[in-house]
Design a protein around this ligand. Structure first.
Ligand SMILES: *Cc1c(COP(=O)(O)O)cnc(C)c1O
Length: 286
């Protein structure tokens, strides 16, 4: 299996929290692996086991040129002695950016497809065509979310103990959030901050991934900062100040937006006094 480092919970102190009478704890899952960090480790865990069990030698997955999932999959495949293929949306631009040059350095074979054909990536003819080109592979969907990914995050959630009332995280595909909802006791509430514009669509996606219907969860969709990958100065300033004050780095695509949203939500007295809020640092830094 992939190597794993135990992580810890770090309490944050801030006037916003004193005012609201709430405690904020951060689960430093960003530190669980140097390359396959955060939620990506847990999302890959059972997929890697399945690929090995089914005797596949190659992982194939999909992503944009800045995808953390592409980065993590390349590193995980390398560590497991598997080959990897990345189907990348859009045209190749040289020199490769840091994500793709890292992936290539881990032996990932990069295959670019036009934005139009990328849209068909889940269609059977498209996948058959990939098999014709590349032979056998174990397929992991874009963003890495499937049942086995959710199962991994569920297993993680079950390690979290009981010292919190709320569990908060950034949401992309919603796979991580679904796993957290599955794994925590129904007395706790899970709150997700979508980083894409129009994040309401995740309600349905997450529901599909739950092992049983639950109502102890909620999406707060106001903190996408203009959409996926958009990083206005206000967000960058927040991330810089957060690091200065708390010595914790956040990334601008996921955890920075979610933490901004969480602190803003806390300042608006969304959380009852006495709440203990656990924020999952899902990684994304390199
Ligand atoms: C991929 C990623 C997410 C989103 O996870 P989903 O399961 O797709 O919702 C959140 N945070 C970080 C740092 C990520 O890299």
């Amino acid at each position: 299996m992939l190597s794993y480092s135990e992580t810890f919970v770090q309490e944050i102190h801030d006037p916003i929290l004193d005012q609201a009478g709430a405690r904020l704890l951060i689960k430093r899952e960003d530190l669980n692996h140097p390359l396959v960090s955060g939620n990506k480790w847990w999302k890959l865990k059972y997929n890697l086991m399945e690929a090995v069990k089914l005797r596949h030698h190659t992982l194939l997955t999909f992503g944009g040129a800045y995808s953390n999932h592409i980065y993590a999959t390349a590193a995980a495949a390398y560590e497991m002695g598997l080959k990897s293929i990345g189907i990348i949306r859009g045209e190749e631009t040289l020199p490769l950016n840091t994500t793709l040059s890292f992936a290539a350095s881990k032996g990932m074979r990069l295959h670019y497809v036009s934005r139009e054909s990328y849209r068909n990536k889940t269609a059977q003819p498209f996948i058959e065509n990939l098999h014709t080109q590349f032979g056998d592979f174990y397929l992991i969907p874009e963003g890495g979310t499937n049942q086995l990914a959710v199962k991994g995050v569920t297993a993680f959630a079950q390690t979290l103990g009981t010292d919190f009332n709320y569990l908060c995280c950034a949401a992309g595909t919603g796979g991580t959030m679904a796993g957290l909802i599955n794994g925590v006791s129904p007395q706790k509430k899970v709150i997700g901050f979508p980083v894409l514009k129009g994040g309401q669509f995740l309600n349905e996606e997450i529901e599909k991934l739950l092992t049983s219907p639950r109502n102890n969860w909620q999406l707060i969709t106001d903190y996408h900062f203009g959409g996926y990958g958009k990083m206005p100065l206000k967000l960058i300033d927040f991330i810089r100040n957060f690091e200065l004050n708390h010595s914790i780095r956040l990334d601008p695509v996921y955890t920075g937006k979610a933490m901004f949203g969480l602190l803003h939500t806390i300042s608006m007295d969304f959380f009852p006094k006495g709440s203990a809020i656990l924020f999952l640092h899902t990684g994304g830094l390199r």
